[in-house]
Design a protein around this ligand. Sequence first.
Ligand SMILES: NC(=O)c1ccc[n+]([C@@H]2O[C@H](COP(=O)([O-])OP(=O)(O)OC[C@H]3O[C@@H](n4cnc5c(N)ncnc54)[C@H](O)[C@@H]3O)[C@@H](O)[C@H]2O)c1
Length: 325
Amino acid sequence: MTLILNRKDVASVLTMADCMNVVEDAFKELANGTAVLPLRTVIAPPDGLSLYMPAYMKNMGALACKVVTVYKKNPSEHNMPTTIGKVLVQDPATGDVVCIMDGGYLTAVRTGAVSGVATKYLARNDNNQIAGIFGTGVQARMQLWAVCEARNISKAIAYDVSDNALNNFIAEMSEKLNIEIIKAKTPDDVLEADIICTATSSPTPIFDGTKVKPGTHINGIGSHTPNARELDSEIIKRSKFVGDSYEACFKESGDIIIPLNEGVITKSHFYAELGEIVTGKKSSRINNKEITIFKSNGLAIQDVAAAKLVYDKALEAGIGANIEI
Ligand SMILES: NC(=O)c1ccc[n+]([C@@H]2O[C@H](COP(=O)([O-])OP(=O)(O)OC[C@H]3O[C@@H](n4cnc5c(N)ncnc54)[C@H](O)[C@@H]3O)[C@@H](O)[C@H]2O)c1
């Protein structure tokens, strides 16, 4: 039998705090050599992109593959979302696919979760910190949720080029997280924050890196191609740079590739992978003045850890539909 879990089922059992725990474990496995993480395979049919993201984690007993597609004409021509994802969870003992689940909500939560883990290790630890959010779409919601799990946050400041998106975000998230969210009029307003998340669809820098306060921590999650970036060269140069994966950063992230090509930094500016920080192989923040950046490209280990968590919890709760395939 194969367990089928729709988006509602996934959302009913997946919390940010639990997801942060398993994502942290996944990065430990990656750093300790017990994870298998092939590069994602990308196929480009005429109308879109199809990505295959498999991973295996030995200690977690987790084996799965996410299939995610990005078809830009879907909304206008097929009344379907641009990005669609599903995760196939396997039994590592037999190889059988034991569960197929929706991957949309799971992707957003696991992307929030990795920023939460990075914030836990890299941000200052004072009370009453301010969170700053650039972009107020699907991912931004999970970024703010994760930062609120990782640190004591007194209020948030959010900015978006779309006033409509910003208003909806403030209404929804201030109620969900029970915090005050202030509407930023300009990108500069957000730079008052102690912990900043960039979760926009912008291909060009979204704030002036010279204006970021000492001691700030930044989670950069939006851009993920070599020619696009949310962060300018100045903020990259001023910061201690941690990435989810060295390989992914130098293959996929314009945030670091562009300043490298400009000659503003060398490859040695990449300080550590997140796994090296959470296992203590490399030290995290060393004082309250450092600016730290975590660059997230999105790794299959995050999806697989989150999917295993959802599968186990769904079995426990007795939810979903069992289908003989
Ligand atoms: N790192 C990862 O693992 C990961 C995972 C999922 C998505 N993403 C990426 O995150 C980004 C956001 O995804 P989403 O699903 O939230 O998209 P979305 O379309 O729901 O939201 C993006 C928001 O960014 C805003 N925006 C665009 N330019 C801006 C600017 N200059 N300043 C402020 N706001 C701006 C848009 O108005 C929109 O509200 C995308 O680029 C997506 O590919 C990354």
